[in-house]
Design a protein around this ligand. Structure first.
Ligand code: ADP
Length: 491
């Protein structure tokens, strides 16, 4: 079924290619846009047509609404897919698309606007009977009021930007004397990052799990969930490893959480793909926010459900009804995603853009790699540091972990520092293997110790890698992979 003739992808990198892949399978022509930093990027080559959109800085290219609409019209694209990031959660962009007669592949502008405010969406969900964390109902206006609320809910509390995203502007406050300064800092950061200084306070959970539900809703009032993902392994409140389903999920908890997720979709008259994020602690869960777009980690949901989320997004935007009911959707096996960032995990995750001098991606059964990089590619310093997503699927969680270790051992990325060694440490950590994760997992002693072992020098790291893998044939296999790696390292 052909839903559109031509779609413009208002994004770059791996997610632009991911959307184009769905389009190619649907016989839909694709239009890429690219900044001056992306002239040689893969998404430009993959598309049927490509248009320059401006200078490297996102505000002058991937966020230039007027220019993007102009290109959509000029190229004859009937719809725009925003990917994630950039304009994906910009309600003005969705509205302008609509006004200009270009279909925005995502929820309605009004829904994006309502969910874009953490304060308003929390209020809406509280009214709909979805559990939320205690805190201020509105933005903080008066420091004495804020102190009163914080005292009532009890420290620690977290100060968050209402318009926030990417973990930016969050401040954890352990006691009253630190509150005022945290609020001021959070307001300042929120103002400069989001143009809106509104902040609020909520109870801070010390070691919660981040569990989210994927939902899909069509424009005719049908909504389903596509089960859960756990995204507790984070650095700076940003996800690094995700898995589906959550290792702690039980039928009873899933029933409770998925009903809440569908209630969120219903209360917001949702359409298209979205994710409902919860924090989980001591058998309780709390609505945190809804992301009104495709998530980075949609890949693992695709693995366990067999449903192509981008294809569904396009079909929904074309006015199609969902082709399945809740009872048609089941899950099979377990999937894990490791975000490969060009960052130095040994140096506080500082970004490490540059040229990729050697590149070989893994393959084989149950492996999926989504990336926009290749040998010789120059990673521009202007954008997010995520360069690839490595996903592994297998019939059980432990087998998926082992498959992920195998894939990491095959993955060669030289020329820049990446998070690959850290992922190897995580996949070998007994706590992770037990499913014992929480949002402060990476700050725990055991991971730091494993990382320090890796840090000594590259060769010792590789030996550790081989040694920690196990015995016999596995060691031989990984040692061979390590030797290839070291060989390239010397060249
Ligand atoms: P953003 O929109 O900036 O990504 P979120 O509200 O989605 O922010 O939260 C991101 C992460 O921050 C969560 O996954 C969690 O690790 C942490 N976090 C947010 N709120 C709380 C809270 N009340 N208690 C503990 N951790 C929190």
């Amino acid at each position: 079924m052909k839903f559109f003739d031509k779609i413009l992808i208002a994004n770059r990198g791996e997610i632009a290619i991911r959307v184009m892949r769905a389009c190619r399978e649907l016989d839909i022509e694709t239009v890429a846009i690219y900044s001056s930093a992306d002239t040689n990027s893969l998404h430009v080559k993959y598309a049927d047509e490509a248009f320059p959109v401006g200078e490297a800085h996102p505000s002058k290219s991937y966020l230039n609404i007027e220019r993007i609409i102009d290109i959509a019209k000029k190229s004859g694209a009937e719809a725009v897919h925003p990917g994630y990031g950039f304009l994906a959660e910009n309600y003005r962009f969705a509205k302008i698309c609509q006004d200009e007669g270009v279909i925005f592949i995502g929820p309605r502008s009004k829904t994006i606007q309502a969910m874009g405010s953490k304060i308003d969406s929390k209020k809406m969900m509280k009214d709909a009977g979805v559990p939320v964390l205690p805190g201020t109902d509105d933005g903080v206006r008066d420091i004495e009021d804020a102190k009163k609320v914080a005292f009532e809910i009890g420290y620690p509390v977290i100060v968050k930007a209402s318009a926030g995203g990417g973990g930016i502007g969050m401040q954890i406050v352990n006691d009253e004397p630190a509150l005022e300064e945290a609020i001021t800092a959070s307001m300042r950061i929120a103002k400069s990052a989001f143009g809106d200084a509104t902040v609020f306070i909520e109870k801070y959970l010390v070691k919660p799990r981040h569990i989210e539900f994927q939902v899909l809703a069509d424009e005719h009032g049908h909504a389903v969930h596509l089960y859960d993902r756990e995204c507790s392994i984070q650095r700076r409140h940003q996800k690094l490893v995700e898995e589906a389903p959550s290792p702690i999920m039980t039928p009873e908890l899933r029933e409770r959480m998925s009903s809440a997720a569908l209630k969120v979709a219903e209360a917001s008259a949702y359409s298209n793909a979205g994710s409902v994020e919860f924090l989980y602690s001591n058998d309780n869960f709390y609505f945190m926010e809804m992301n009104t777009r495709l998530q980075v980690e949609h890949t693992i949901t695709e693995f366990i459900t067999g449903i192509d989320l981008v294809r569904q997004q396009i079909a929904i935007a074309a006015g199609e009804s969902l082709p399945f009911d809740q009872s048609d959707i089941s899950i099979r096996g377990h999937a894990i995603e490791c975000r490969i960032n060009a960052e130095d995990p040994f140096n506080n995750f500082s970004a490490d853009p540059g040229k990729i001098s050697r590149y070989r991606s893994p393959g084989g059964p149950g492996i999926r790699v989504d990336s926009g990089i290749h040998m010789g590619y120059m990673i521009p310093p202007n954008y997010d540091s995520m360069i690839a997503k490595l996903c592994a699927w297998d019939s059980t969680r432990i087998e998926a972990i082992k498959r992920m270790r195998r894939a990491i051992s095959e993955y060669i990325i030289l020329g820049v520092q990446t998070t690959l060694p850290l992922h190897y440490a995580i996949m070998n950590s007994p706590q992770f293997i037990e499913g014992n994760t929480h949002t402060h997992f990476l700050q725990e002693e055991h991971i730091i110790k494993t990382l320090e072992r890796y840090k000594r020098d590259e060769e010792a790291r590789m030996q550790t890698l081989a040694g920690s893998f196990g015995q016999g044939k596995k060691v031989a296999a990984i040692t061979a992979a390590v030797n290839v790696y070291l060989q390239h390292q010397k060249e």
